[in-house]
Design a protein around this ligand. Structure first.
Ligand code: GLC
Ligand code: CA
Length: 556
């Protein structure tokens, strides 16, 4: 099978199914809801969808805890609905990438239910079961922490042992050292690929290989144990094996979630000749306004630019992903700009990201400039992390609660999970029932229907940008050179492919900023191709950029 690497030309739209569109009024988005919006996606111009998990799940972590990999969650519909959705996508020239969540299963998966029954159950070794420490054996086997707070071990009465869970206790980690587990994973991939899936977004894939003996981690008050399982000892071997047994046989794409990894690791993960993953999501830039993901700090443009610039210089045999939003981060407008300038900020961010090298992702609602809900509180949160952190603070040290509340308002994953705003109708047209999660009250102004009718809207700008990007060789292959790296107001770079150049400027300031071409910069001709105010000069030499203004020129 020739693998065409179609993803290098793709623009991918991420759907978080629970919040996308509800077709039957139960307040929960579903597959028939997605089917009803396929023409919308086609008009937007995206060429691929990444669908967050839609498999059977008790929803401890909204589908990232899977109890049956070969069937669809009851609330989302049936396999027949799913097939109709894929066929509908393919008819419209849209590919489908599914979420592959195989670092862990749900504790309600049949394998785990078997595995917890007895120490000699044939499924015991599908997971990590260990004796506890201490006199009574009630202390966890090591000091690793769950990414969702607390110990990564849960005691189980039935056999008096602990099992490992790097996420919630309802997400036990699979033991990839067991060849049977690796075979199961390849079979799951092949099952979906045979049904027509075009690839996988590989959830927390960097955690699959744990160091033998599961040794204690270095002391770390937040996340302990990382050095023993982030790209662990057999990571490359297991992924290559999966490539051989599944992915290599299809013209599919795989993108790995590379939380916390650096350039060197990323290069080893996606270099083409290694036959492992095709591309990677890196998250370093998500820290430009936070530390350790959760703790907010003021946004600094120079920090963001430095990180993105570094990732633009991956070797030619590696491929990167371009994204600001997904279901795990709050909305980008309030992070990087002022909400009063919603339209300008949204368009400028889209330009700055999508004109770089790599595959761009648009997260549902980003294309209409959805933003965070003001003033969310404990009772509004649905996400397991938000709830855990809040309750932990309350239990351990109540004076921390106001700080946690403040941090969550800025960083909570719930911010990205509010229902998609389709229209000004009740509940933003997302459902005719009671939505599973609060709708952002700004839906009367920020919604798809309104923007479809406004030629100057964010939505229509996205269509233009995506269309411009399509088949554009400079964007696909061009080199990346940054100008004014020390400026905290302007993001400016050039892409160059065989002398064809694209000059991109974006202001991150809410004030006017005087812009001058870089010293010695010259061009024979220039043509304005994208901008976010009514007017901009046809040629750029000295120019005052208005708040969050962006301009893109083709220069020769
Ligand atoms: C990934 C997902 C996140 C999930 C976690 C555990 O980071 O993006 O939503 O909670 O993995 O599966
Ligand atoms: Ca529904």
């Amino acid at each position: 099978m020739e693998r065409t690497r179609w993803y290098k030309d793709a623009v991918i739209y991420q759907i978080y199914p629970r919040s996308f569109c509800d077709s039957n009024g139960d307040g929960i988005g579903d597959i028939r809801g997605i089917i009803s919006k396929l023409d919308y996606l086609k008009e937007l111009g995206v060429t691929c969808v990444w669908l967050s998990p839609c498999y059977k799940s008790p929803n401890d972590d909204n589908g990232y805890d899977i109890s049956n990999y070969r069937d669809i969650m009851d609330e989302f519909g049936t396999l027949e609905d799913w097939q109709e959705m894929v066929d509908g996508m393919h008819e419209r020239g849209i590919k489908l990438v599914m979420d592959l969540v195989v670092n862990h299963t749900s504790d309600e998966h049949e394998w785990f239910k078997q595995s917890r029954l007895s120490k000699d159950n044939p499924y015991r070794d599908y997971y990590f079961w260990r004796k506890g420490r201490g006199k009574d054996g009630k202390k966890p086997p090591n000091n690793w922490s769950s990414r969702f707070s607390g110990s990564a071990w849960e005691y189980d009465e039935t056999t008096g042992e602990f099992y490992l869970h790097l996420f919630s206790k309802k997400q036990p980690d699979l033991n990839w050292d067991n060849p049977k587990v690796r075979k199961e994973v390849a079979d799951i991939c092949n099952y979906w690929l045979e049904k027509g899936v075009d690839g996988f977004r590989c959830d927390v894939i960097i955690y699959i290989s744990k160091e033998e003996g599961l040794p204690d981690g270095k002391f770390n008050p937040m996340l302990c144990g990382d050095e023993h399982f982030v790209i662990g000892p057999h990571y490359h071997e297991y992924i290559h094996e999966l490539y051989e047994n599944s992915w290599s046989k299809y013209d599919c794409m795989t993108v790995g979630e590379g939380q916390g990894i650096k350039r060197k690791d990323a290069e080893a993960m996606v270099a083409e000749d290694r036959e492992e993953l095709d591309c990677i999501f890196t998250f370093e830039h998500q820290e430009c306004d936070a530390v350790l993901t959760a703790v907010p700090r003021p946004f600094k443009l120079t920090r963001l630019k430095k990180i993105l610039n570094n990732w633009q210089h991956l070797p030619d045999n590696c491929w990167n992903s371009l994204f600001l939003e997904n279901h795990d981060y709050s909305r980008s407008i309030p992070r990087f700009g002022k909400v009063e300038y919603r339209k300008q900020v949204a368009k400028m961010l889209a330009v700055i990201m999508q004109c770089q090298k790599g595959t761009p992702y648009v997260y549902q609602g980003e294309e209409i400039g959805m933003s965070n809900i003001e003033g969310l509180d404990r009772e509004d949160y649905k996400d397991i992390i938000s709830i855990n952190i809040y309750d932990l603070a309350k239990k351990m040290f109540p004076p921390l609660v106001p700080i946690v509340r403040w941090a969550l308002r800025k960083r909570a994953r719930d911010n990205a999970r509010t229902p998609m705003q389709w229209s000004a109708a009740e509940n933003a047209g997302f459902t005719t029932g009671k939505p599973w999660m609060m709708v952002n009250p700004n839906y009367t102004e920020v919604n798809v229907e309104q923007q479809q009718n406004d030629p100057d809207s964010i939505l229509n700008f996205y269509k233009k940008l995506i269309a411009y990007r399509k088949g554009n060789e400079v964007i696909r292959y061009g080199t990346f050179e940054e100008y004014f790296p020390k400026s905290n107001k302007i993001f400016c770079y050039e892409r160059n492919y065989n002398g064809k150049r694209l000059f991109v400027v974006g202001s991150f300031s809410d004030k006017n900023v005087v812009f001058k071409l870089p010293a010695g910069y010259s061009f024979k001709t220039s043509k304005l191709v994208l901008n976010n105010y009514d007017d901009a000069p046809e040629e750029l030499s000295a120019y005052t950029l208005r708040p969050y203004e962006t301009v893109v020129y083709e220069v020769e």
